[in-house]
Design a protein around this ligand. Structure first.
Ligand SMILES: C[S@@+](CC[C@H](N)C(=O)[O-])C[C@H]1O[C@@H](n2cnc3c(N)ncnc32)[C@H](O)[C@@H]1O
Length: 160
């Protein structure tokens, strides 16, 4: 390829990934083969949004569920936090508190790199952590146990 190589970024996508279309979390990325720890499985380009564009528009759409916090330098050099839409497979990783994939922003190249944190077995879902403040009910979260001996719950069951 012609051109100055400093303008080229090597991309990576593991061939050992499949997209499952119907899981309790919606679509999700799964391992088709065993994948060793510390494998870069995906590099996704991102589209950073303007702060105003995000606040007034994207925040009110379903696209907002596919964005990551992203640092932005405004024209006066001030650092702001906005959102970036992650293009490619990066947008398909679901959340788990027991994540097996880590990710890092490459702000200079407008990319996110995803890497396995441990050995992953074929058939396992590949998940990242979205942090503690989720905007949806985590299907992995343990259901809350009723307090007491449960008799107050049983007394609410209606029998015809
Ligand atoms: C970045 S998208 C991931 C791909 C998404 N599953 C899809 O089908 O397009 C984030 C959305 O996936 C779903 N999701 C991700 N992790 C989840 C989890 N642990 N429990 C329930 N839903 C989850 C939520 O609807 C969330 O807003």
């Amino acid at each position: 390829m012609k051109g100055d190589t400093k303008d080229l970024v090597s991309l990576r996508r593991s061939a050992d990934l499949v997209l499952a279309l119907t899981t309790p979390k919606g679509r999700g990325v799964f391992a088709a083969q065993d994948i060793p720890a510390r494998t870069v499985i995906e590099i996704s380009p991102v589209l950073p949004l303007g702060v105003e564009e995000n606040e007034s528009h994207v925040k009110h759409t379903s696209l907002y569920h596919y964005t990551y916090n992203w640092p932005l330098h405004s024209s006066n050099g001030e650092k702001q936090i906005t959102q970036a839409v992650v293009l490619g497979l990066g947008s398909m990783f679901n959340h788990s508190r027991d994540q097996n994939v880590g990710w890092e922003r490459d702000v200079d190249h407008l990319l996110v790199r995803y890497q396995t944190l441990r050995d992953v077995k074929a058939g396992e879902e590949l998940c990242i952590s979205y942090g503690d403040r989720l905007s949806f009910k985590d299907v992995d979260a343990p259901t809350e146990e009723p307090e007491g001996d449960g008799s107050e719950v049983l007394s609410n069951i209606q029998i015809d």
